[in-house]
Design a protein around this ligand. Structure first.
Ligand code: NAD
Length: 482
């Protein structure tokens, strides 16, 4: 199929060649080339930043209705033809059809909410000791640099790109080189079709070195990074002396707490979804199942039974619920963690095997707390289960992780769980749901090693992609003793 982005990056003048050459994008399920895109280098980056700097003031000065109209039109285009995104998400990122549809709906909703954001109040009328108008107002930072990962490439790019544009910024997006199409080029195509003026969005498929150059660029005052904690630490270190506004959304090792009064069938179903969806390659994946000792045998048997019957294979066949791991390096890491955890004393109750890049949904029981499957983010379809004796112990186990992204509590007494949430350090706590969730209107962000927290979600986006400016107005020039 010929595409508009063939051999291209996106920037001034639309889809153009990249100076870094051409990248073959492959489907992890088959190894087949599904498209070729351009590769950007640091010269392309400099040109993109210069063009963005030129285009941004006029964009910010437009009536808000015009920015809103572009985003609303983009949402409508995707709503009318979701396959424009899903048809690429499935092969490029190895997404099952359900995950790709969920992600496309999230992208549509993010575009629509960002259209609404453009018309929202953008500041506060402040009290003052003086007879004057005193206002705190959000002004665009100018250029936002967005760096996104492979796993939910479309939404993790859009959740920064769309609100940043809506609020009057220009954006330089560097998607993961494994997913440049769903991670950026389709979004550019749709926004351009929706009327986004030239120069405001640049999509630069490239590796980490161009990401690092974006972080270091003196004309990019704000960076929104989503990816691993290791890369986030490097970006934080690089940006600190430059005094930039940096948002880091990083890894997780999310606990699902089954309370003694939970419905075990529903709990096992939720736990399976939380651990296995998109092969466990989600920052919010359920990484630790905590179950009362008296129920752990029954819960494990139910979860293993679900794992055994999940279909795994090429996700372009809708009969397959799960697809491949993104690449062989990630698959080797998943398997190494599973094998090391079995060696550390855990019991393999399902899975633990693979063919090509297809890893079977895996259930590990009696997982020691200091084993790798319990203490690390796996990023694979693995459900580690551990028994607990008291609620205090369970809370202590949840909080013992270095991460703090999402926690689930399953119970027949939701208000009791609501009280327990007070004792949990986590960006999100979901009572009677599993750990994977996102909505354009909800705050999203992790605590501890999961990031610098709470940066996305309608009104939160104001402080994320704008600077707060104090502005005062009085009728006459104030008189001073000098
Ligand atoms: P990664 O950190 O290796 O790469 C993510 C992006 O950062 C890619 O575009 C990559 O090219 C770029 N990059 C890597 N090193 C860089 C550097 N030093 N400077 C600038 N850019 C750099 O991430 P990954 O392992 O491919 O993705 C999975 C990770 O992302 C997991 O840890 C997952 O939990 C995390 N994640 C977090 C969230 C969240 O919202 N908290 C969402 C999705 C994924």
């Amino acid at each position: 199929m010929t595409t508009i982005w063939e051999n291209s990056i996106f920037g001034s003048g639309g889809f153009v060649a990249g100076r870094g050459g051409v990248l073959e994008v492959t489907a992890p399920a088959t190894g087949a080339t599904i498209g070729t895109v351009g590769i950007a280098d640091t010269v392309d980056l400099d040109a993109a930043v210069a063009a963005a700097k030129e285009a941004q003031p006029a964009w910010a000065a437009l009536p808000y209705t015009e920015r809103a109209a572009v985003l609303a039109k983009a949402a409508a285009l995707l709503q009318e033809a979701p396959e424009r995104l899903t048809d690429w998400l499935v092969p490029e990122s190895g997404s099952g059809f359900g995950k790709a549809s969920f992600e496309t709906a999230l992208v549509t909703s993010e575009l629509a909410e960002s259209a609404g954001l453009a018309s929202q109040p953008y500041g506060q009328l402040l009290r003052s000791m003086k007879p004057r108008l005193s206002v705190g107002r959000y002004v665009p930072v100018g250029i936002v640099g967005v760096i996104s990962p492979f796993n939910f490439p479309a939404i993790l790019s859009t959740r920064s790109v769309a609100p940043a544009l809506a609020l009057g910024n220009a954006v330089i997006l560097k998607p993961d080189p494994r997913t440049p199409i769903a991670g950026g080029l389709i979004l550019a195509e749709i926004l351009a079709e929706a009327g986004l003026p030239d120069g405001l969005l640049h999509v630069l498929p490239a590796g980490a070195e161009v990401g690092a150059a974006l972080v270091a660029h003196p004309d990019v005052p704000c960076i929104s990074f989503t990816g691993s904690t290791a890369a986030g630490r490097k970006i934080g270190e690089a940006a600190a002396p430059l005094l930039k506004k940096v948002h880091l959304e990083l890894g997780g090792n999310n606990a699902l707490l089954v309370l003694p009064d939970a419905d075990l069938d529903a709990a096992a179903s939720a736990g399976a979804w939380g651990s296995f969806l998109h092969q466990g390659q989600i920052c919010m994946t359920t990484g630790r199942h905590l179950v009362p000792r008296a129920l752990v045998g029954e819960y494990t048997a139910k979860l293993a039974e679900i794992a055994e019957r999940i279909t795994v294979g090429d996700p372009t066949d809708p009969a397959n619920a799960l697809g491949p791991i993104i690449d062989s390096g990630q698959l080797a890491k998943v398997d190494q963690i599973v094998q090391a955890t079995v060696s550390a004393g855990a019991e393999l109750r399902a899975g633990g095997t693979y063919e090509d890049l297809f890893y079977r949904p895996t259930v590990l029981a009696e997982v020691p707390r200091d084993s790798p499957a319990f203490s690390q983010e796996i990023f694979g379809p693995v459900a580690p289960i551990t028994a607990y004796d008291t609620i205090d112990e369970a809370i202590e186990i949840i909080n013992s992780s270095e991460y703090g992204l999402s926690v689930s509590i399953l119970t027949g007494d939701p208000f009791r769980a609501f009280e327990l949430a007070d004792r949990i350090v986590s960006g999100a706590v979901h009572i009677n749901d599993q750990t994977v969730d996102d909505e354009a209107v909800a705050p999203f962000g992790g605590a501890k090693a999961s990031g610098t927290g709470g940066h996305f979600g309608t009104s939160v986006n104001l402080s994320t992609f704008c600077d707060l400016q104090w502005i005062t107005v009085q009728s006459d020039i104030a008189r001073y003793p000098f």
